[in-house]
Write a protein that binds this ligand. Structure first.
Ligand code: NAG
Ligand code: NAG
Ligand code: NAG
Ligand code: NAG
Length: 312
């Protein structure tokens, strides 16, 4: 009699609940996924590959101190050091002594000697070479300026045994030299301003095919055990009380990309001008609790619906 369609019968078919079941599940998933990505949102990390990254270094732009950000960044798990001559990799950082060890691509070592690029250190950078470095130029032409007898650029004392050691490496054939050949093409380079910044080593200008730097000898007679790399000291006077306050609250010190003013980068990606108290961890407490509760309710509803379907 009625013009209106009959209302659906009270006993629902199990499929009738399908749309609402899906909606319910989606909203549950949604709240779970909304909580998960909070962890990696922060652009600043405290580790790169296996190297702990602490102030003044940062893993990306806006992290660490602005004076360091243009030299150091983390790229696919490698901590990179960039200068005017290229991109090098940082193999270790020693925070107590404020030194880092950098290796250049194609820099020679005893197992692999090869034609190398150049290396330079910008004058304005907060890095200087440490006294530990022994720079060795290999495969230099007779006409190379390093052999200019008026300049006295090569160390002919202990440098002699360093050259001899490298010439005994099996990798020496990689730059076209013979084992234990004459060391007349090798120079242990006494750089004029070795300790200052603004240092550069341009191989084409020096007419040498390869270079390396040794920062530790250990067992002097076995060049396979020498430590190859460039040891740099960084200016460690950038740490402030403000940064300490930020770190104590679980944040990482960084800077604003607009004006390079200090920013404390909290774990949830939110930046603060001072610290992360009441900002960084909100998700781990109350939010986690709410999700738990929602899941329990959701689980109850789903099992209730399954019982309902079964019982028919
Ligand atoms: C926080 O700072 C970092 C680093 O400067 C920046 O990449 C990020 O976009 C900032 N996040 C917010 C929410 O402002
Ligand atoms: C020697 O140099 C090669 C090529 O750059 C590199 O793959 C290797 O890890 C280096 N070995 C050592 C002991 O540093
Ligand atoms: C090169 O000299 C070293 C040390 O004198 C020696 O141990 C090595 O066997 C020599 N290598 C060759 C290929 O002659
Ligand atoms: C180190 O950095 C501080 C702060 O920027 C600066 O005042 C000082 O001159 C720097 N020291 C050296 C040796 O460059």
């Amino acid at each position: 009699m009625s013009k209106f369609p009959k209302p659906p019968p009270m006993s629902l078919s199990p499929w009738a609940c399908l749309p609402s079941c899906i909606l319910l599940l989606l909203s549950l998933l949604n709240s779970v996924f909304a909580a998960l990505p909070i962890i990696p949102v922060s652009t600043c990390q405290n580790i790169c590959g296996t190297i702990p990254v602490r102030f003044p270094f940062g893993t990306g732009f806006g992290c660490g101190h602005p004076s360091f950000a243009k030299y150091i960044k983390c790229s696919s798990g490698t901590l990179q050091f960039s200068t005017g001559t290229g991109v090098y990799s940082v193999s270790s950082i020693d925070y107590p002594s404020s030194t880092i060890i950098v290796t250049a691509p194609f820099m020679s070592n005893c197992s692999s000697l090869q034609n190398s690029g150049s290396f330079s250190l910008d004058k304005a950078s907060p890095f200087i070479l440490t006294k530990d470095n022994i720079f060795v130029l290999l495969g230099c032409s007779k006409a190379s300026p390093v052999f200019d007898s008026n300049e006295d650029l090569c160390d002919t004392g202990s440098g002699y045994s360093v050259c001899k050691g490298l010439n005994s490496c099996k990798g020496v054939t990689g730059i076209g030299l013979k084992h234990n050949a004459s060391i007349s093409t090798c120079c242990v380079y006494d750089s004029p301003d070795g300790l200052g910044s603004g240092y550069s080593l341009y191989l084409p200008k020096l007419q040498c095919s390869s270079f390396t730097s040794i920062y530790e000898f250990g067992d002097e007679w076995n060049p396979m055990k020498w430590k190859f790399g460039i040891s740099l000291q960084y200016n460690n006077s950038y740490y402030t009380d403000g940064c300490k306050d930020c770190e104590d609250s679980g944040g990482l010190c960084g800077f604003s990309s607009l004006d390079e003013s200090f920013a404390c980068v909290c774990r949830n990606g939110i930046n603060s001008t001072n610290n992360c108290v009441g900002r960084g961890y909100a998700w781990s407490g109350t939010m986690g609790h709410k999700i738990q509760t929602k899941m329990n309710i959701g689980g109850f509803l789903v099992s209730w619906m399954l019982m309902f379907i079964k019982s028919r």
